[in-house]
Structures are given as structure tokens and as C-alpha cells.
Write a protein that binds this ligand. Structure first.
Ligand code: PMP
Length: 397
């Protein structure tokens, strides 16, 4: 009917947009590494919904856990009061894969919230106020973490922001001097994601750990993108052998459901229990359906040994992606940035790939590279097919 408003129009009219040109794929269903639009066109999700679908879309184990828990109970009470078995079972499972002494989990709903909680905890525990963070870092969009992200364009638009933030350069050993006895928290992505996947230099995270030990600052790893096998180990902390005082998690955690957390040793986490009690609360944090999904996703990662298979899959991408216009491929495990060194061409390549049914995009703070961060279940055969198309598109544009 001519007067019927199309779903696209409804989307543009009633769903708030965050960019002037939204991608506008109309989702039909999703399975494994694939998203199907409502016309049945199949897309390969080469970015896993931005580091979320590590076990693939709609993994049957995750779907079953969601169904089962939704039928048993959903929300009952604000966070932390009732004993809910999906939360306790998942917190225990998480503690078993985290490096000790990280064993106490505060559940929230997103990465931004996880970082907010971690920064508040560090302030309370140390009695200090300063946060040290890094250029080109991304930690979320709420005002607290917006104050510590490493991009002036984003920060400047929303001033005034939190005071007492110092900024260092990622990988600069010299800048470790910014961390002092005034510093409550050093917040860092062990592999910077939105900067365009920048990995830590040998010894850098160890030096950071050492400096925090000397000054009594708490080291906070934002593992929102790197967590749950993406780098080839359970966490970047385990990959690089450096344990933070607080770790923040989200994205892949819930297996596709919204869930985040900040994790610390119980002794540090106890600072949130008093003076004031209820100083950090959340209604939906640790939603039982999300926790049930998260436990199922963790079991899939473990039972299918997915983190351990990442290195070989990443190596295959790197071996097959040889092209004269690729300046470099940065990254760790299946968190890769293909650098073309030219933002305009990058856009053409990304739209060319979209037309061929391959979903990728650039990075918030790096418009010259595109992402390769597929679900970790991707197979060798799929990687070979994808790389053949990638090379074809790089030839064409
Ligand atoms: N930290 C990092 C490293 C991230 O990549 C993101 C999201 N891109 C966030 C925090 C924020 O997570 P959320 O969007 O769930 O608030």
C-alpha cells in the first residue's frame, strides 16, 4: 500500500540514530558467522557485532540457556540482594578462568558501566582521586569514562567533564612517570581497540604493573574487547602474563546478551560495601537471563577450545592477506586491523565488501584501517573464502 510507512522510514523516524548515514541492514535472522537480511541476503559478520559474538550468533547452547532461564525467572530484585543461581554459577566459572587473585565479580550491563564502576572502586579503595588514562583509548560513552577516553574531538563536545585526569601515550615507558602516589587508577586497554588495534610493546605492561606497585595506584585493564578468547588466551592479562588489580568486561561476556562486570580481589571489592553502603548499585546488573547465557557461552568457548584455536586462524588471515596496498596488519589473535593508510579508499573498500556480503568497518579513532574480528568459531574454509573476496576487492578499489 502506498500509504504504508516502510520499516526503514520508521527506523529513521523513531529510532535515534548515532550517525548521519546508518548502515540500515534490516536484520532477518542470524546464525554462526552469518547475518541474513529480510530479503534473505547473507552477510558474513567479520566484526562479530564489534567483538560480541565470539561463539557466533544464536549459538544453540546459548539460546537454550536463555529460553530455560527466561521461563524460570527474570528480574526479581535490584542487584546484589537475592541469591540467584545463574549469577553465582557464572561468577564461580568466571573466577576459575581469571588470573588469581581476581575472584569477586560485580555485574553490570555494559562496558561503559563496568569502567565507571572500576574507577569508583579505585577511588574508594585508595582514597585518591586521579585517573591516568591513554591517548586514543576508548572506554565508553557515559560522562565519567568520556572524561578519560583519549580523543579530544569526543571529549570536547561534552565539557565540562571529570577533573583530575592525566593522559599518557600508550607504549611510552617515559610517560609512566605520570603515575604517582596521587593516582587512584591507571585505566588501560591492554590492546587498544578503537585506536586501530595497537598492541603493547614487549615489557610495557610489565613496566606499568611495576610502576603501579611502586606508587600504590590500582591497575585497571579494560578487557571489554580483548576478553573471552579474542587475543588467543582467555584474557589479554593471561596472554601477556600481567595481572591487573581490577579487570573490566562486557561485549562477548553475555554470548549476545547484555552483560558487563568489573572484577577485583574480594579485599578490594569490599570497599563498596560501606561508607556509604549502596554507593554503587544497579537494578538490572547481572540479569539472570544474561548470566545464564554467559555461562553457556563460557562453556562453549571452553568445550570447543576456541581461544586455543585463535592463533592458527589469525595466522591464516595474515598469510592469505598479502596485497601491495596493505601497509600492515596490526593486532593480536583475531583482533586485527588491516591498514590501508588512506581513509577515502578505506571507505570504498568497506562498501565494496558490504556489497559482496562481508561486514566490516573502520575504527572510531583510526579511519584508515578496517577490522577483522570475526566470531571465533570461524572455520579455515570460511577464512579462505573471505580472504579471496578481500583480495578481489582490494584489487578493484
Ligand atoms: N571499552 C572498550 C575497550 C570498548 O571497545 C567499548 C565499546 N566499544 C567499551 C569499553 C564500551 O562498552 P559499551 O558500549 O558496552 O558501553
Amino acid at each position: 500500500m502506498s500509504n504504508t510507512i516502510s520499516r526503514r522510514q520508521l527506523f529513521l523516524q523513531h529510532v535515534a540514530q548515532t550517525s548521519p548515514a546508518p548502515m540500515g541492514l534490516e536484520a532477518g535472522h542470524a546464525e554462526g558467522i552469518y547475518i541474513y537480511d529480510t530479503n534473505g541476503k547473507r552477510y558474513i559478520d567479520l566484526i562479530a557485532g564489534v567483538a560480541v559474538s565470539n561463539v557466533g550468533h544464536c549459538h544453540p547452547e546459548v539460546v537454550a540457556a536463555v529460553r530455560e532461564q527466561a521461563a524460570r525467572y527474570m528480574h526479581l530484585m535490584v542487584y546484589g540482594e537475592y541469591i540467584q543461581s545463574p549469577q553465582t554459577a557464572y561468577a564461580q566459572a568466571l573466577a576459575s578462568i581469571l588470573p588469581p587473585p581476581l575472584d569477586c565479580v560485580y555485574f553490570v550491563n555494559s562496558g561503559s558501566e563496568a569502567n565507571e564502576g572500576a574507577l569508583k572502586l579505585a577511588k574508594r579503595y585508595t582514597g585518591r582521586t586521579e585517573t591516568v588514562a591513554f591517548k586514543n583509548a576508548y572506554h565508553g560513552s557515559t560522562q565519567g569514562v568520556l572524561s578519560v577516553i583519549g580523543d579530544e574531538l569526543f571529549r570536547n563536545a561534552f565539557r565540562p567533564l571529570l577533573p583530575d585526569v592525566r593522559q599518557g601515550t600508550f607504549n611510552s615507558f617515559d610517560d609512566l612517570r605520570h603515575i604517582t602516589h596521587r593516582t587512584a587508577a591507571v585505566l588501560i586497554e591492554p590492546v587498544q581497540g578503537e585506536a586501530g588495534v595497537v598492541t603493547p610493546q614487549a615489557g610495557y605492561l610489565q613496566a606499568l604493573r611495576e610502576r603501579c606497585n611502586q606508587t600504590g595506584a590500582l591497575l585497571v585493564f579494560d578487557e571489554v574487547q580483548t576478553g573471552f578468547g579474542r587475543t588467543g588466551s582467555w584474557f589479554a592479562a593471561t596472554h601477556y602474563g600481567v595481572t591487573p588489580d581490577i579487570m573490566t568486561l562486557a561485549k562477548a561476556m553475555g554470548g549476545g546478551m547484555p552483560l558487563g562486570a568489573f572484577v577485583a580481589p574480594r579485599e578490594i571489592m569490599a570497599a563498596l560495601q560501606s561508607r556509604p553502603a549502596l554507593g554503587h548499585i544497579t537494578t538490572f546488573g547481572g540479569h539472570p537471563v544474561s548470566c545464564a547465557a554467559a555461562l553457556a557461552a563460557l562453556n562453549v568457548l571452553r568445550d570447543e577450545n576456541l581461544p586455543a584455536a585463535v592463533a592458527e586462524k589469525a595466522a591464516l588471515f595474515r598469510r592469505l592477506l598479502v596485497h601491495e596496498t596493505i601497509k600492515e596488519i596490526r593486532g593480536e589473535g583475531l583482533m586485527l586491523a588491516v591498514e590501508l593508510g588512506d581513509a577515502q579508499r578505506l571507505q570504498r573498500v568497506v562498501s565494496g565488501l558490504w556489497n559482496e556480503g562481508i561486514i566490516t568497518e573502520w575504527f572510531l579513532f583510526c579511519p584508515t584501517a578496517f577490522r577483522i574480528a570475526p566470531p571465533l568459531i570461524i572455520t579455515e574454509e570460511e577464512i579462505r573464502k573471505i580472504c579471496a573476496v578481500l583480495i578481489e576487492i582490494l584489487d578493484k578499489y
